[in-house]
Design a protein around this ligand. Structure first.
Ligand code: ACM
Length: 262
């Protein structure tokens, strides 16, 4: 069993240092967790008025005050942390999620399905959907609007992920329709960590949640409060891909009959 959870948080747009200071006590509340997931773009906020604005508060992963902060907290708590970051990479910006462990930075996922005005700011992710082996299982990351595209969840499931971390800035309840289904269809745990608050015309709606491989929502946050949620899960349950005694989520597929899918 491991202890895992989310931090539902309200960042201030563009204020990396202030956000780090305010996230710190929330991370301290999770100090006995093994894996904790923070929302999308959590060090900068989301609703940038322009690409120029976003560029001015982006950070390179290997030169980032936010990543350094997460590395120090992971070491201090001997825990894994997943969090969204506004990533500068050369001249490009990516809506990225990093995985940090007690020994430092482990890797990243760059959001593939960009939502609305994100298309004016970020480039489509180019690192695929990596799966990371840690002591208690295999971890992967998808970001917010990726929830709408079953292809990524299936790829991630087929690549062996036990737990899919899903940093989000959700504006609707639509992820609540698709994420449990994806957990069920791939027999994985999913941790959706959302933010709250309003930035100009956008209001984010909290309700961070954790789903088990049977599509059961085992933990859920409020709509509008900053909060930490933690629960014990057994990642090994995601290794059983049987849906019935004679049906297997992956082995019963017929890829040869799925022509036209890609
Ligand atoms: C979203 O992808 N942040 C809605």
């Amino acid at each position: 069993m491991i202890k895992t959870g989310y931090i539902q948080f309200h960042p201030v747009l563009g204020e990396i240092d202030g956000n780090i200071q305010r996230i710190n006590p929330f991370i301290d509340q999770t100090k006995d967790a093994d894996l904790i997931v923070l929302p999308e773009l959590i060090s900068t906020g989301y609703n940038f008025e322009s690409r120029h604005y976003a560029l001015n508060c982006a950070e390179e992963i290997n030169n980032s005050r936010f990543v350094e902060f997460l590395i120090s907290k992971s070491k201090e708590h001997n825990a894994y942390i997943v969090a969204g970051i506004n990533e500068k990479n050369g001249d490009e910006l990516f809506n990225t999620s990093v995985l940090i462990g007690p020994n430092g930075y482990l890797g990243k996922y760059q959001k593939i399905h960009l939502f609305m005005n994100e298309k004016d700011i970020f480039k489509t992710g180019s690192v695929g959907v990596p799966v990371f082996d840690v002591e208690f299982g295999k971890l992967s990351m998808l970001i917010c609007f990726d929830y709408y595209f079953p292809e990524l969840w299936r790829m991630t499931g087929l690549n062996g992920a036990d737990i899919i971390c899903h940093p989000s800035n959700l504006l609707t309840q639509n992820a609540h329709k698709t994420v449990p289904a994806q957990a069920f269809m791939n027999k994985v745990f999913i941790i959706t960590s959302n933010r709250i608050g309003t930035e100009n015309d956008l209001t984010f709606n909290g309700t961070s949640f954790i789903v088990n491989p049977d599509a059961e929502v085992i933990l859920k946050a409020s709509v509008d409060k900053e909060e930490v949620g933690m629960i014990e899960i057994d990642p090994q349950l995601a290794r059983n891909k049987f849906v019935t005694s004679r049906n297997h989520a992956f082995n019963d597929r017929h890829p040869g009959l799925y022509k036209g899918l890609v």
